[in-house]
Design a protein around this ligand. Structure first.
Ligand code: SF4
Length: 361
């Protein structure tokens, strides 16, 4: 067992062996004053995920510090599990995985192979330091990476194996760890732990609300009619007039409202303005599309290209005709941003989609 490796990669067997060797159990982690640093660091891991999208890393030399780092990992997972929010779980999983990627890309080959084995990916390293992995594993982990570098046609493949430099292989391990953490959470945590974790859970819940507001195109303020793109204005008009909405239009409307941060009640209120409103039917469709029925994230709203293909791009205005306009959410965000700017300072002409916006990237 390697305590340095355990502190760097607390999801590995080394970490549980290190804890066992020091006779640490969960009860001690939750209540013992000597584990206060581990609890503090556990909370920091989750806050890092919310505030920086990456869990921080610092090299640790002392065995005691390494033990606290290892134990902070299960503590962080308990906090995330008790908050029980899917957005937080996904963000936390990503932040732990990004941390691991940053460390793994500079590790020795034996560690790279051991970490990948732990994550269920068999790999070997050749004399030049090139890592080989199964073609099927590559496809599973690379298919969500959009850059052309990851397309199979640009990969080095021989006899069913993909050859990768360490940096790229580590990036794929990031996806593998993210998937693993997402699949493991939430944990079943004993009821009696709740009161000990209440302070941390409350702090994370408050920070989570702030983060959600920041990422919501509406700043958490719901839908504002004056920022809606013409396509959504038209779909809403049709709904209010009781016209028969094609499935693609209902889908676009629900996903768009969901992306704006409206919850089930907010979306059903919009549908209830239709004269033939039936809550059972509309409710089922909303829960299916937003993922509430099956506990998933739900679907994303269609981009302009898909709206055009489905005949839903209606009466595009000058903002729609900008070269960079590719998504109804971008339209909404740009309009709300420009209106806010106008109110604040009566300033600057429109300059295209805002940098750093999630939808515009
Ligand atoms: S260009 Fe895009 S935002 Fe504008 S109306 Fe068409 S689909 Fe909607």
């Amino acid at each position: 067992m390697d305590s340095g490796r355990a502190a760097k990669f607390p999801f590995m067997k080394d970490a549980s062996e290190f804890a066992e060797a020091n006779s640490v159990d969960l009860d001690a982690l939750i209540v013992s004053p000597s584990f206060e640093p581990a609890r503090k660091r556990g909370l920091e891991r989750v806050m890092d995920a919310l505030e920086r999208s990456e869990v921080s890393y610092r090299p640790l030399i002392r065995e005691y510090d390494r033990l606290m780092e290892v134990m902070s990992y299960p503590y962080a997972r308990m906090i995330v599990s008790m908050v029980g929010d899917r957005f937080l779980t996904k963000r936390y999983a990503l932040a732990e995985a990004v941390r691991m990627n940053g460390i793994l890309s500079g590790e020795d080959h034996a560690t790279v192979v051991a970490v990948s084995e732990e994550l269920g990916v068999t790999s070997t390293v050749d004399a030049d330091g090139i890592i080989r992995m199964k073609f099927t594993d590559y496809l599973m982990l690379a298919n969500r990476l959009k850059s052309v570098d990851w397309k199979l046609i640009n990969s080095d493949i021989h006899s069913g194996l993909v050859y990768l430099p360490q940096e790229k292989f580590s990036r794929l391990m990031q996806n593998a760890l993210q998937d693993r953490i997402e699949s493991e959470l939430p944990l079943m945590t004993p009821e009696e732990y709740r009161r000990y974790l209440r302070g941390a859970v409350d702090a994370v819940s408050m920070a989570l609300e702030e983060t959600k507001k920041k990422y919501s195109p509406t700043g958490g303020e719901g839908m504002k009619n004056e920022y809606l793109p013409p396509c959504l204005v038209r779909i809403l008009e049709m709904s209010r007039q009781g016209m028969n909405l094609p499935h693609s239009a209902r889908f676009a409307l629900v996903t768009f409202l969901h992306a704006l941060g409206l919850d089930y009640d907010g979306i059903i209120r919009v549908f209830s303005e239709s004269p033939d409103f039936d809550e059972d039917i509309a409710g089922y469709q909303i829960k299916h599309i937003t993922g509430e029925l099956n506990g998933t994230e739900g679907y994303s709203p269609p981009e302009c290209k898909t709206m055009k293909t489905n005949g839903l791009c209606h009466n595009p205005d000058t903002l729609c005709q900008q070269e960079w306009m590719n998504h109804p959410l971008t339209y909404y965000r740009v309009k709300s941003r420009d209106r806010t700017k106008g109110q604040n300072a009566q300033q600057t002409p429109q300059q295209g989609p805002g940098a750093g916006s999630k939808t515009d990237q």
